[in-house]
Design a protein around this ligand. Structure first.
Ligand SMILES: Cc1cc2nc3c(=O)[nH]c(=O)nc-3n(C[C@H](O)[C@H](O)[C@H](O)COP(=O)(O)OP(=O)(O)OC[C@H]3O[C@@H](n4cnc5c(N)ncnc54)[C@H](O)[C@@H]3O)c2cc1C
Length: 471
């Protein structure tokens, strides 16, 4: 008899698990609390403007990339136009000095040398390292690249003589980051492995949902899982918040790790390591996203500007000294002709917003205050937009939580904790975790790979050969 897998969550990890479950002959059903697929990989519509809430760089677009095959198996790029920018962003200081982070490493090297020839030695060292970085697997075994994982950006920029380059590089990669992660990021762009899928994040997720449904999978939306049920330490199914019980041979949770382990399973299947991991709260950043719908064409501006602010500003308890403004005129599907969508993602503190949310008036007032501050700076930089703003939308860390239950609003999962991260739980059979909370860093490639991994484990448990296409 065909065995059944229940999957919690229709984010990218859940959809991936669903597709591979179907490919391997299981009956699968996804329960998703929301009404659309994608989870954090989403977009939303406001008065004819489509606001994107996720993808800045989608990794795995290069056929040579380690993630390409998996995206391809899910037909994630099928029928999609993939767009590759020439540069990652413009970084500008308050005096108008500008560094353009070109994707092409030769172009970036020439530009950096033009800005500061006196730094040519360290510039060449950096660009040579980027040229050497083909993929993360080989790079993490190459000592000449691995050595940069022990050097922080703070220490690295000290080797530059030009004060603007020092400042601009730190605006691109924060001082606590390793130089290895800077090299990795530049290499991804140089290798044409980072793209923008035209249509945006929700459309991208819908492409994988389509594949899942075509494979015969079922999704039940507006269905929040309240409890994962186990008998004699083996999962038997799930209970929804409306009380309905669904049985299965296996359950994969592709929902937030904290809620699966500590809420749906009530913390019954943990050990000291898991407890310490979650108590460490070593989670990635969270942000506030301000989005505008503007009734004018801003396509003459760079698509992404990182402005170094003259005076830093406190946003929800976090000091920000730069402001990233992204305009989506490069994707004509997001607004009507002659109109523009603009967003800004600013780091903030989850607990600050959690406290503020207890009083809805204060919460709304703070959102408005930040939006007004942003609009003031925005209109100075883009004067033709003055008086033409038709939509103002502010998403806070609470929005991320309300929308997907992502723990601490940390939309990229862990911040590289030292502890081991579980994908199964001690003493519980038939249960698997997938998604960004099962790896050291989050992101869409992590989600898709861990969804696939959960089905590989089920197949192994069942003594079956894993298939990555339909037989
Ligand atoms: C602003 C922003 C920018 C980002 N930029 C990038 C980027 O440029 N590149 C990149 O690769 N990644 C980026 N990410 C990160 C990326 O979106 C996430 O790492 C990835 O989407 C996580 O996927 P997931 O499937 O693991 O989890 P999620 O997307 O969190 O999916 C979990 C799903 O489970 C559902 N769920 C939760 N609890 C329950 C329950 N009890 N019952 C039923 N359903 C439940 C949720 O509704 C959700 O649909 C960004 C994220 C954000 C928010």
């Amino acid at each position: 008899m065909q065995k059944k897998i229940i999957i919690i969550g229709a984010g990218i990890a859940g959809l991936s698990a669903g597709c591979y479950g179907q490919m391997n002959g299981y009956e699968t059903q996804i329960f998703e609390m929301h009404s659309v697929p994608g989870g954090l990989c989403t977009s939303w519509d406001r008065k004819g403007y489509r606001i994107d809430g996720c993808i800045h760089w989608l990794m795995g677009a290069n056929p040579e990339s380690m993630f390409y095959e998996t995206w391809n198996e899910l037909e994630a790029f099928k029928g999609k136009e993939l767009l590759y920018h020439d540069y990652i962003m413009h970084i500008e200081n308050s005096e108008g000095k500008k560094l353009i982070m070109y994707c092409d490493i030769d172009k970036l090297e020439t530009h950096l040398m033009e800005l500061s020839f006196q730094d040519s030695e360290v510039i060449r060292e950096l660009t040579d390292a980027v040229r050497k970085f083909k993929d993360i697997h080989t790079a993490s075994k190459d000592e000449s690249l691995v050595k940069y994982s022990k050097v922080t950006m703070h220490d690295f920029v000290q080797r530059f003589k030009d004060p603007f380059l020092k400042e601009a590089l730190l605006a691109f990669a924060p001082k606590g980051n390793s130089v290895f992660s800077l090299i990795f990021q530049l290499a991804i762009y140089n290798n044409k492995d980072a793209c923008w899928p035209v249509g945006g994040s929700l459309e991208f997720a819908k492409g994988i949902e389509k594949r899942y449904l075509e494979l015969g999978g079922k999704i039940q939306y507006k269905s929040m899982v309240d409890e994962i049920i186990a008998a004699n330490d083996r999962v038997t199914g799930i209970k929804l918040t409306d009380g309905c019980v669904h049985t299965a041979d296996f359950v994969v949770s592709a929902a937030d790790g904290y809620s699966a382990i500590f809420e749906m399973l009530k913390g019954q299947y943990i050990n000291e390591e898991i407890k310490a991991l979650y108590e460490s709260k070593k989670v990635s950043n969270t942000s506030i996203q301000i989005s505008l719908g503007v009734n004018c064409d801003l396509s003459r501006y760079p698509y992404c500007i990182n402005m170094m602010l003259e005076n830093s500003v406190q946003i929800g308890g976090v000091e920000n000294s730069q402001l990233l403004i992204k305009n989506y005129c490069f994707d004509k599907t997001l607004s009507l002709p002659g109109k523009s969508v603009v967003t800004s993602l600013i780091f903030t503190d989850y607990e600050y917003w959690e406290e503020l949310y207890k009083n809805s008036e204060n919460y709304k007032a703070e959102k408005k205050k930040i939006a007004d501050w942003f609009i003031c700076l925005f209109e100075k930089k883009y004067p033709e937009a003055k008086g033409k703003i038709e939509v103002v939308d502010v998403a806070t860390p609470i929005t991320y939580y309300r929308y997907t239950h992502v723990w601490q609003g940390a939309y990229c999962g862990w911040k590289a904790p030292a502890q081991k991260i579980p994908n199964v739980l001690p003493g519980l059979l038939g249960f698997y975790l997938a998604g960004q909370w099962t790896q050291t860093t989050g992101g869409l490639p992590t989600a898709v790979i861990t969804g696939k991994g959960s089905i590989m484990r089920i197949c192994k448990q069942d003594g079956k050969n894993f298939l990555s296409k339909c037989s």
